[in-house]
Write a protein that binds this ligand. Structure first.
Ligand code: SAM
Length: 495
């Protein structure tokens, strides 16, 4: 296969970032941006590697039955919604297939039981968090050090694999306050000549605007991330944001985060309250959660309920268990499980305990507060890396470079044995040191929640080798229109 060669391809799969996948006559895998599973396309090869080739879409000879018109004028130019032109049903089937393929190919399972994906009742305005980048299209420094905008303020999302901001007037996945807060920020920047951050020169003030919306209460938090000490006329901006957020929502918190030196990251280390409260409250399924600006919280609350209920079903608590909630964030899963048990049996609930481990300090504070708010006295939280802290709680020396892991351990935090372990790591999956500690605690069940089928499958394979059997997995669509899929997976100890 050569560069410039034109080929006809049958597309039968799709990557998470929206490239159709087909195979050439000589068996080479070909990726074609914009092609969908089920399409037959003409494409031109522009890069050839040993195992794959990249091709440009020229035309669609026969469109897929699952192809739709799409719903967004930006048509993925913002880097979002790579599945924006697939029917919702086709998205779900594809996500189920990705989970099955990973567990077969990477974990080496034969015919794993994959349940039907938990589908969203509505794939619109489902996200409770928008992380938007801010730009003024480039800035210059005039004589005398005056920094000047070169263009109109843009508040939106990065164009795929670039640092170019696509202005986004409204996003069908985000709540209404997101569009109105973004417009207020644009207007404020125009009126007060505020610069947007330019990553090429590391100059300009406004870097990001993150909007969090609590679906159950309507409370909104706006986090303004800046490259500087403060925002000139900040009170005016707060008033404009407050006016922009309309009922049934209410702006309860405006936070300033200072990020002067972390080019690849949204947040810097310094966070302060600009107006209102330091947290917002969410109410969901009879639980109340307080969420801080930097704490992880599942982005799709309606689907989070289904995900957590599936985790509760897999955990199958009967009372008296010790549960390890690892990578516990604001404590939400473990507390959900306890509350489900409490609904069925108060006595069983009282005899069950949760120990949560989480590396983000603000999330641990949230977890402790959430336990109090929800009347849960049988949950304890430790801050630190799970792979260092758990061995320490189990009496091993752990990683002494991690301060929290080397601190003395309270007696009631000592773990000799666990009954159920919840694992909910970031995309990278679990560290092997953690998986070793988990299996040493000999839980009868491991409930693994994952946002990346590949690392889930890798860890399932590892746990398989340590005496744990894969029982089943259920994909959950928390990220409609994107290529991402959440999976909850049950493993049990081989007797
Ligand atoms: C996918 S989130 C899950 C949070 C929570 N279980 C939930 O459902 O909201 C992963 C969490 O792991 C935390 N984390 C990342 N690396 C960690 C580590 N090595 N040890 C402990 N926590 C970690 C992150 O801060 C984040 O809160």
């Amino acid at each position: 296969m050569d560069k410039g060669q034109k080929i006809r391809l049958q597309i039968n799969d799709m990557t998470t970032d929206g490239s159709g996948i087909g195979h050439s006559e000589d068996g080479l895998t070909v990726f074609v941006k914009g092609a969908l599973p089920g399409d037959t396309v003409q494409a031109e090869i522009f890069r050839v590697k040993k195992r794959y080739a990249l091709a440009r879409l020229l035309s669609i000879d026969e469109p897929s039955e699952d192809r739709t018109e799409g719903f967004c004028s930006l048509d993925s130019r913002c880097g979002g919604c790579p599945m924006g032109r697939l029917t919702y049903d086709a998205q779900l089937r594809l996500k189920e297939r990705h989970v099955r393929d990973a567990l077969t190919r990477i974990a080496g399972l034969r015919d794993p039981l994959i349940r039907t994906a938990l589908e969203a009742e509505s794939p619109w305005r489902y996200r409770n968090k928008a992380s938007m980048a801010v730009s003024t299209g480039g800035i210059i420094t005039r004589k005398g050090g005056i920094v000047e905008n070169l263009g109109e303020p843009a508040v939106g999302f990065y164009r795929g694999k670039s640092r170019e901001v696509t202005d986004c007037p409204d996003c069908a996945l985000q709540t209404e306050p997101v569009a109105s807060a973004a417009e207020a920020l644009r207007e404020f920047m125009r009126q007060d000549h505020i610069t947007g951050y330019d990553p090429r020169w590391e100059k300009g003030l406004m870097r990001h605007m993150v909007v969090r919306t609590a679906f159950g209460t309507g409370e909104v938090m706006v986090i303004l991330v800046i490259n500087g000490k403060g925002i000139p006329h900040a009170a005016k901006l707060v008033a404009m944001l407050d006016e922009a957020v309309e009922e049934p929502f209410s702006l309860e918190s405006v936070i300033l985060n200072i990020n002067k030196g972390k080019p690849g990251e949204i947040f810097g280390d310094k966070t302060e309250v600009l107006a209102g409260r330091p947290t917002i409250n969410e109410e969901l399924g009879g639980m109340r959660y307080e969420i801080s600006p930097l704490s992880f919280y599942q982005v799709n609350p309606a689907q989070m309920v289904k995900l957590y209920n599936k985790a509760a079903e897999y955990a199958a608590l009967t009372g008296g268990e010790t549960i390890l909630d690892l990578y516990c964030g604001a404590g939400t899963i473990g507390q959900w499980l306890l509350n489900e048990l409490r609904k069925r049996d108060e006595e069983a609930f009282a005899g069950t305990k949760v120990i949560g481990i989480e590396s983000q300090r603000s999330a641990v504070l949230d977890a402790n507060r959430n336990a109090v708010i929800n009347g849960i006295v049988n949950a304890r939280y430790v801050c630190g890396k799970a792979e260092s802290v758990l061995p320490r709680l189990m009496g091993n020396s752990g990683d002494t470079a991690d301060f929290a892991a080397s601190a003395p351990v309270d007696e009631d935090l000592r773990v000799t044995k666990a009954d159920v372990v919840i694992l909910d790591p970031p995309r990278a999956g679990c560290d092997e040191r953690l998986l070793d500690a988990v299996t040493a605690a000999e839980p009868s069940r491991i409930v693994y929640i994952s946002c990346d089928p590949a690392t889930l499958a890798r860890d399932v394979k590892y746990l398989n080798g340590k005496g744990y059997r894969f029982i089943e997995a259920t994909p959950a669509d928390l990220f409609c229109w994107t290529g991402h899929v959440e999976t909850v997976c049950l493993m049990s100890k081989v007797k």
